[in-house]
Design a binder for this molecule. Structure first.
Ligand SMILES: NC(=O)C1=CN([C@@H]2O[C@H](COP(=O)(O)OP(=O)(O)OC[C@H]3O[C@@H](n4cnc5c(N)ncnc54)[C@H](O)[C@@H]3O)[C@@H](O)[C@H]2O)C=CC1
Ligand SMILES: O=C(CO)COP(=O)(O)O
Length: 368
């Protein structure tokens, strides 16, 4: 289904700062059209020259978002310098595996004071850095932000009402992105917890795989609710231990994104989990998907870090063992059900308090 531009503002009528989108996948394509509907000059960089021709000729990204008619004013190109020329806002939608390399290539062409925003929900393997931290390292810019939230590209493309979060400690970055991307069907909320928002986006992918797997195994709605709520507890526990605000997980980039990704077959992470739940191998599930599912890499990184820092992550660890160590999903589910009975909301009742009370009860119950 094609989406008409939300407002037909001519670039001649008002000055809207030029926008560059880096990445020719589904999210970059959806964002480029949103920015264009606000009247900005939008150039989208993609490395594949054949896709560039197709997009510019047919207004369709047949490889990644085939149902969507791209805004007539978006111009695709594989010339990075041209795309970035005079761009005041740069949105980067490159999977985490290629993010640093693209930023490094692009950095010499960034305009002074350009606002640089990552939309990528992943973690760099070797460094454990989030994408905005890579942007900081590679550019030293003071105008760095993260856009994250419940934003399935295919739904944005269909014009479904959606919202996202721009997170930055730079006020100008927040307000510029809100101005550039808000339209009839897309709203942008602001946050100053860049780390929490970005970590939320990366972590929820792990649990989408787990819920997809459970769905394929025929779980009930109680089970889905339990998994998602405990996922939220686990995500916030991890992120808070690394410096995030727990409050961020009540917002769109926390529970909001977790809900959509754990509920929709449009989520690539959910689909990988579903395929494994149906009995495919991990490799088979990834091949069948043909697109990036960031959670596959993120789960390994998080489980390693959680183990190093002694952070309790039973769901992520259980999923890792199913995905990479051949443990049967049903056996893992049973093991998890029989594991420690913990606190519901640890920010009100700390896990340690529950554990201590259980130990005291057990000691009292031992017959002398
Ligand atoms: N698709 C979605 O619904 C959403 C995706 N995201 C995030 O956006 C990021 C990008 O995802 P999608 O656009 O969905 O991916 P995609 O799988 O649709 O496309 C990836 C694009 O990146 C390009 N690419 C990959 N490695 C590259 C490299 N080294 N150099 C240049 N280009 C490279 C590919 O050619 C392709 O054009 C991911 O981190 C994802 O988590 C965030 C919100 C929503
Ligand atoms: O982040 C997303 C929705 O907010 C997209 O999720 P997937 O990468 O699982 O498709």
């Amino acid at each position: 289904m094609a989406v008409e531009p939300a407002s037909q503002v001519s670039t001649d009528d008002i000055h809207v700062p030029p926008v560059a989108v880096l990445g020719g996948g589904s999210f970059g394509t959806a964002l480029a059209s949103i920015a264009s509907s606000g009247g900005a000059r939008v150039r989208q960089w993609m490395r594949d020259a054949t896709l560039v021709d197709h997009v510019n000729t047919h207004r369709i990204n047949h490889r990644y978002l085939p149902e969507f008619r791209i805004h007539p004013d978006v111009v695709a190109s594989s010339d990075l310098a041209w795309v970035l020329d005079q761009a005041q806002l740069v949105l980067i939608a490159i999977p985490s595996g290629g993010f640093r390399q693209v930023v490094r290539q692009a950095a010499p062409h960034f305009s002074d004071d350009a606002i640089l925003v990552s939309t990528t929900k992943g973690i760099e393997t070797d460094s454990f850095l989030l994408m905005s931290q890579i942007l900081e390292q590679e550019t030293g810019s003071a105008h760095i932000g993260v856009l994250s939230g419940p934003n399935l590209a295919a739904e944005i493309a269909q014009g479904h009402l959606s919202a996202s979060v721009i997170a930055s400690d730079d006020e100008q970055t927040r307000s510029r992105v809100q101005a550039a991307l808000s339209c009839d069907h897309f709203r942008v909320y602001a946050s100053n917890d860049r780390y929490g928002v970005e970590m939320g986006g990366a972590l929820k992918n792990i649990y989408a795989i787990a819920v997809g797997m459970a769905a394929a195994l025929g779980m009930g709605e109680n089970t889905r609710s339990m998994l998602m709520t405990r996922a939220l507890a686990e995500m916030s526990r991890f992120a808070v231990a690394q410096g995030a605000s727990p409050m961020t997980f009540l917002g769109l980039a926390g529970v909001g994104d977790l809900i959509v990704t754990c509920s929709s077959n449009l989520s690539r992470n959910y689909r990988v989990g579903y395929a494994m739940g149906e009995g495919r191998t991990l490799e088979g599930a990834i091949d069948a998907l043909g697109q990036v599912a960031e959670g596959v890499n993120t789960v390994s990184l998080i489980v390693k870090r959680a183990s190093e820092e002694n952070i309790y992550m039973p769901l992520a660890t259980g999923l890792y063992r199913v995905m990479f160590e051949g443990v049967a999903p049903r056996d893992m589910a049973t093991a998890l059900m029989r594991s420690e009975q913990s606190s519901d909301v640890e920010f009100t009742l700390p896990r340690e308090d529950t554990r201590r009370a259980q130990q005291q009860t057990a000691a009292r119950d031992i017959p002398s």
